[in-house]
Design a protein around this ligand. Structure first.
Ligand SMILES: C[S@@+](CC[C@H](N)C(=O)[O-])C[C@H]1O[C@@H](n2cnc3c(N)ncnc32)[C@H](O)[C@@H]1O
Ligand code: SF4
Length: 385
């Protein structure tokens, strides 16, 4: 991976369709019933890629990430067409990471070899739980056995793979999680993502929670879950490199690092966000979220962008802190100054050090300590002030 964050460029491709809507999920995902012209839909991606490349020409792509929704519902040939369009309009670096998020049902696993042939070299599987009861409660369409089989097949087909689990679930105890996580760490190779369940507005879980029907861990228990997760993953050789992402050193996801190091990325597809450097200004872009409205707009004007804001220096500094302080490598104060035109106040740093919330690394980076993680938002706000 290149170390100069200013050189990072990636493409995020959003596929918005899912077989069903999980009750906790607030991602831009839609269940589409009825006929679907995949070829025509993919043509809109090709068109939007051409438009984005005209805005930021000549880039070298280090990462392509198919996120969703459920991109593993695409046909391998559709995935291949999108990768080819990216390679036609930009240069894809040899060995670039090309990740596809996949759900672990047998339908999708049968397509893994096809995705590999199309150019995907990394899969991120949404396992979510290794227990049948919670899987059903989370509305998942796969069993534990199917998930385990999917992880094994992904590990044999792709050079790299990862899977996601959701923890701190309703009624889950620390003991339950310890057993489940240990099993997961036995299965994991280079990378695993572990997310604490969050209750998002607009989801079915939000309504259930408000009605008192989902008993979530309190703050102290949530902190214990987090601490246990850090201990077990570090002991298994997959320490956190970001709050929810764990990897063997060297196996970190390029896409994740590019994003949190505040690199440049094009967002393609409905609801996708991008950060593009145009005429030395950082643009924050976002596309129309509704899948077929997006397609209509792309056909009409070549892109589905509905937001294109030039970020002020101050906004760039704030975003850089919000993203970068999630990383174990921390942030470079010099890059903060270059982006924002201001300095982090030494008085603020000293005050936060006094609480044991941040530390300075030998390379000069500032990072949040284990003690500071639970109050990360407050730390970011103090440093940005
Ligand atoms: C876009 S989603 C997943 C892609 C794929 N459709 C799937 O379900 O496996 C990315 C990941 O976010 C996590 N996630 C989604 N909603 C969450 C929530 N409310 N709390 C915690 N994690 C969540 C899940 O682990 C999920 O695998
Ligand atoms: S968690 Fe994944 S499968 Fe479930 S609705 Fe969200 S994106 Fe779709």
């Amino acid at each position: 991976m290149k170390n100069n964050p200013n050189d990072l460029f990636g493409v995020y491709v959003h596929w918005p369709f899912c077989a069903s809507k999980c009750p906790y999920c607030d991602f831009n995902s839609h269940v589409h019933r009825g006929p679907f012209d995949e070829d025509g839909y993919v043509a809109a991606y090709e068109r939007e890629i051409a438009t984005a490349a005209a805005l930021v020409p000549g880039r070298v792509v280090q990462s392509i990430f198919f996120g969703g929704g459920t991109p593993s519902l695409m046909s391998p040939s559709a995935t291949g067409r999108i990768i080819d369009a990216i390679a036609k309009h930009w240069t894809v670096e040899p060995g670039a990471e090309i990740t596809l998020e996949a759900n672990p049902t047998s339908v999708e696993v049968d397509r893994f070899r096809g995705f590999r042939t199309a150019g995907v070299n990394r899969v991120s599987l949404g396992v979510q739980s290794l227990r049948e009861g919670p899987l059903a409660e989370l509305g998942r369409r796969h069993t534990v056995d199917e998930a385990i089989a999917a992880v094994r097949i992904a590990q044999s087909v792709f050079e790299r793979s990862s899977f996601d689990l959701i923890y701190a679930r309703p009624r889950q105890t620390l003991e339950d999680w310890e057993d489940e996580l240990k099993e997961a760490l036995w299965m994991a190779r280079g990378h695993i993502s572990l997310y604490q369940l969050t209750i998002e507005q607009g989801t079915r879980y939000f309504d259930l929670h408000r009605a008192g029907k989902l008993i979530m861990p309190d703050e102290d228990l949530a902190a214990d879950f987090y601490e246990l997760t850090q201990e077990l993953t570090a002991a298994a050789g997959l320490p956190a490199y970001e709050i929810s992402n764990h990897a063997r050193p060297g196996q970190e996801s390029t896409h994740n690092m590019l994003y949190w190091r505040y690199g440049e990325y094009a967002g393609i597809g409905p609801g996708a966000h991008g950060r593009l450097m145009i005429n030395n200004q950082r643009h924050a872009t976002a596309a129309e979220k509704l899948p077929f409205e997006w397609q209509k707009q792309v056909l009409a004007k070549g892109h589905g962008m509905v937001v294109d804001d030039v970020l002020t220096w101050e906004e760039q500094g704030d975003e850089f802190l919000v993203m970068g302080l999630r990383l174990k490598e921390g942030i470079s104060p010099a890059r903060f100054s270059a982006l924002s035109g201001r300095q982090i106040s030494p008085r603020q740093i000293d005050a936060l050090k006094g609480y044991g919330f941040v530390e300075t690394l030998p390379n000069g980076n500032i990072r949040v300590t284990d003690r500071g993680w639970p109050v990360l938002d407050a730390v970011v706000a103090d440093l940005a002030a």
